[in-house]
Design a protein around this ligand. Structure first.
Ligand SMILES: NC(=O)c1ccc[n+]([C@@H]2O[C@H](COP(=O)([O-])OP(=O)(O)OC[C@H]3O[C@@H](n4cnc5c(N)ncnc54)[C@H](OP(=O)(O)O)[C@@H]3O)[C@@H](O)[C@H]2O)c1
Length: 270
């Protein structure tokens, strides 16, 4: 085990995050993984971890410059995709299969947006549609195309969704609705395809340092009113994701693993 300590002298208290990594052990040898939104944030942390564990990884997103820089940094492949546009998906999977020499067996549906509407009355048809189209509709139809590909190549596979702790709770904004629906989809697809050797799970992070939240991994990780006391780091989520993508979790499917230290557990007592 390797422990890295990040100590932040933030106000009003010092926040320290210890990330413990499992020693790299080729846990993902033989895995060919597509990660949407892999150019930055949580997707990038997963891509880096998976490459270090021996996976062949392809990251995908809209911004080619970011994808190229990230793929150069960690040694993986990249392709552009707009997950809001399902008409691209069949071509995307075909191109990915060519780039990776066939045998793609893992899809990580990580690309997502949160438009942080300040309140219920700030939600518009446009913000509603954009979040649904990216986080839910895009993930649904890309998964549909990926499962078609698995079946046509007679390959067993593994699909990981990046949900959110908001999927565990009530919400009045579309972002939360997308993650509740993602959790339903994870369980439904896991059940539907269990006899095909296709596993489907999700990680559901709490508030994590990334462009989406504006928190910096090397900044103040104090989380104010937030119950767990600190902001999480993308590398912490990537460790859990790695387990779910690996064969070590071979008996796990239809599960949503929440990475927030019990913040959203429905406790009887407070
Ligand atoms: N950070 C958190 O606190 C947190 C908590 C719970 C869950 N999550 C989930 O974690 C996932 C990653 O979030 P993050 O925090 O890493 O956010 P981020 O830093 O803003 O990264 C979002 C990623 O999604 C990609 N993306 C967005 N729209 C896309 C589209 N239409 N087509 C293709 N790619 C698109 C972006 O790439 P391009 O810009 O290049 O397209 C980027 O790589 C999301 O699903 C989010 O809901 C995050």
């Amino acid at each position: 085990m390797k422990a890295v300590a990040i100590i932040v002298q933030g106000k009003p208290q010092q926040i320290k995050a210890n990330i413990s990594y499992l020693q790299p052990n080729n846990q993902l040898a033989g895995k060919k993984v597509i990660i949407t939104g892999g150019g930055r944030g949580l997707g990038f942390a997963m891509a880096k971890k998976f490459v270090s564990e021996g996976a062949d990884v392809l990251i995908a997103g809209r911004n080619e410059k970011t994808l190229k820089a990230s793929s150069d940094e960690i040694g993986c492949k990249y392709l552009t995709i707009n997950v809001s546009d399902p008409t691209e998906f069949s071509t995307f999977i075909a191109k990915a299969a060519t780039l990776m020499g066939g045998g793609i067996n893992v899809l990580v549906n990580n690309a997502g947006i949160s438009l942080h509407e300040a309140n219920f009355f700030d939600v518009t048809p446009d913000t509603f549609d954009r979040q649904i189209n990216t986080n839910l509709r895009g993930a649904f139809f890309l998964t549909q195309e990926f499962i078609r590909h698995l079946k046509s190549t007679n390959t067993s596979g593994n699909i990981l969704f990046v949900s959110s702790e908001t999927g565990d709770t009530m919400d009045y904004r579309p972002y939360g609705f997308t993650k509740v629906a993602v959790n339903s989809m994870v369980q439904g697809l896991a059940y539907l395809f269990k006899k095909d050797g296709i596993r489907v799970n999700a990680v559901a992070p709490g508030v994590t340092a990334s462009d989406m939240t504006g928190f910096k991994a090397d900044g103040d990780l104090f989380a104010g009113e937030y119950g767990t006391g600190r902001i999480y780091l993308p590398e912490e989520v990537a460790e859990t994701a790695c387990f779910l993508v690996s064969d070590a979790s071979g008996c796990v499917s239809g599960q949503i693993i929440t990475c927030n230290n019990a913040q959203t557990v429905n406790a009887r007592w407070k």
